[in-house]
Design a protein around this ligand. Structure first.
Ligand SMILES: Cc1cc2nc3c(=O)[nH]c(=O)nc-3n(C[C@H](O)[C@H](O)[C@H](O)COP(=O)(O)OP(=O)(O)OC[C@H]3O[C@@H](n4cnc5c(N)ncnc54)[C@H](O)[C@@H]3O)c2cc1C
Length: 487
């Protein structure tokens, strides 16, 4: 569906997402397109030292950093790395993520992953489309202890943030946004180094870096399985365009991870042991959730800038005891959960993008066609009412925006792990799986850490807590106080 887009600034800007039509079917099937133009892709070679499967954020980042480190250390060259995607860069979640980059995690070890990731975002903010506007998270008093604990852990990982409570929290918020309604907002966390990135820019930047460092990028080849030797090591990656033998594999397959996991011999169910000793028996390894997201255009005269005339920090608000009513007074939910960022490149006009808590699907889902193309997993009507109501509850200027909700397809699905925290680990001794549990657009640094490990030999400390073995040894994560699975 297309609607007229207001353009109050009358800027002649090119908005890559503006009313993008759905792609045509290919041989009767709807397919997920690459989200950027592709140059210099090659045919599948018969062998390579490193095969990277999936050109989402993790595959692209791994391939780029592998190529760069091989060249720089004289241990090889970019052409030792083959990157394969069945469609092209950004065809999965990476191309349609909200692009929020934050460190708001109750799972302490993720703070170091995010520090390493923000270093990558900061390394080339222009080509990655990184806007380092900060991240402001707001809660009720029942989250104060969590925020203080989280701030201490962030500080220990080299990620500075501030916590404000009570009247200080209110003053912080109204200093940024004089029309902010501080009722029920008891605690604020402000992360300085966080922000957001335009997903198409990030994909473009990463793909260009792969190209510049000489990665052999094979787009349009579908991996159909892996050939394993008797010890379970991958000797070749099988595709619909032939077989490629290899020494090491990196899998960054996003929502398709369960399929690759099965091919590589990973378990479908497992007993999950928690630090307090209790065991959840035979849990599904993968559970799909669908994300509820949307976009709202800003009417003429309304902006989302701060009182200091800056692009606003990304804002995340969870008020567990505050109900949400629609702007015409209907009860919608007994709790408030909303995030929002400025998103002109996504909306195709001055506008906002954000969402709320995802919805659990279960252990199986129709992954194809993916994302916006899949009729089954689009946000329902209530979401637009809810999302616009939350914006109006927070800001005077954002009241009554429901008519400006952009009626188009949105959202996507992801495969979550048993504790909703990433698994970064080997299956066998040479298939490294980056399974980010569907909140890892921000985790661009995992590819860098992966490449360091593969080129230099030692596993970086940041990656160590995220083994599959944690479920067996009782180091399962799960320390969270939120209605949402990804804190
Ligand atoms: C709606 C939505 C909003 C999100 N918002 C945020 C956010 O704001 N911040 C954040 O940090 N995270 C966010 N996420 C999560 C984030 O987008 C994902 O965790 C991340 O992009 C996953 O990256 P990936 O590289 O693992 O997978 P993907 O980006 O899904 O890439 C996987 C690639 O593998 C390819 N592939 C799969 N199988 C095969 C095969 N057999 N052969 C060849 N190629 C194959 C696919 O074509 C695809 O291109 C969001 C996710 C969704 C769905």
């Amino acid at each position: 569906m297309t609607i007229d887009i207001p353009n109050p600034t009358e800027h002649n800007q090119w908005y890559p997402f503006a009313n993008r039509p759905l792609p045509p079917d290919v041989e009767g099937r709807t397919v997920n397109p690459a989200v950027i133009p592709v140059f210099d892709a090659v045919r599948l070679p018969p062998s390579a030292r490193f095969v990277v499967v999936g050109a989402g954020v993790h595959g692209l980042s791994s391939a780029y950093h592998l190529a760069m480190y091989l060249e720089r250390t004289g241990k090889g060259s970019g052409s030792d790395v083959v990157l394969i995607d069945k469609q092209g860069p950004g065809a999965g979640a990476t191309g349609l993520a909200c692009g929020c980059i934050r460190n708001l995690y109750m799972t302490g070890p993720l703070h170091a992953i995010l520090r390493a990731s923000v270093e990558v975002w900061e390394s080339d903010p222009v080509n990655f489309g990184f806007q380092q506007v900060g991240y402001v998270s707001v809660g009720e008093s029942n989250q104060t202890d969590d925020y203080l604990k989280l701030q201490a852990s962030q500080a220990a990982s080299g990620y500075p943030s501030d916590v404000y409570t009570g009247t200080e929290a209110h003053a912080f918020l109204t200093n940024l946004w004089p029309d902010f309604k501080t009722e029920n907002c008891d605690v604020v966390l402000h992360e300085h180094r966080s922000g957001y990135a335009g997903t198409h820019m990030a994909v473009w930047g990463l793909d260009q870096k792969c190209r510049q460092w000489g990665v052999q990028r094979v787009y349009g080849a579908t991996v159909t399985g892996y050939t394993l030797d008797a010890s379970g090591s991958v000797t070749a990656v099988e595709t619909d365009q032939g077989s490629i033998s290899c020494e090491q594999v990196v899998v960054g397959a996003g929502a398709w991870t369960p399929e690759h996991w099965e091919w590589l011999g990973g378990p479908s169910h497992l007993d999950v042991v928690y630090p307090d000793g209790h065991v959840a028996e035979q849990m599904d390894m993968w559970t799909y959730w669908r994300l509820l997201e949307g976009e709202v255009m800003l009417p003429e005269g309304v902006d989302f800038r701060t009182a200091q005339h800056r692009d606003s920090p990304v804002l995340h608000v969870e008020l567990m005891n505050t109900p949400v009513y629609s702007e015409d007074g209907r009860f919608l939910k007994d709790h408030f959960y909303s995030y929002v960022r400025y998103a002109a490149e996504r909306v195709g006009a001055p506008g906002l993008q954000g969402g709320t808590i995802p919805v659990k699907i279960g252990p199986r889902a129709a992954v194809e066609p993916y994302g916006h193309l899949n009729d089954q997993y689009q946000a329902e009507e209530w979401f637009a009412d809810y999302y616009c109501a939350t914006l109006g509850m927070l800001f005077k200027r954002l009241e009554n925006l429901r008519p400006f909700f952009k009626e188009r397809r949105n959202g996507g699905i992801g495969a979550f792990t048993p504790d909703n925290v990433p698994v970064f680990d080997y299956l066998g001794d040479n298939a490294w799986v980056i399974a980010d549990s569907n909140h890892g657009f921000k985790m661009i640094g995992v590819g860098k850490l992966t490449a360091q490990m593969m080129v230099h030999g030692d596993k970086p400390d940041e990656l160590k807590p995220f083994t599959l073995d944690r479920y067996r040894t009782g180091a399962t994560f799960g320390d969270r106080n939120s209605n949402c699975p990804w804190v």
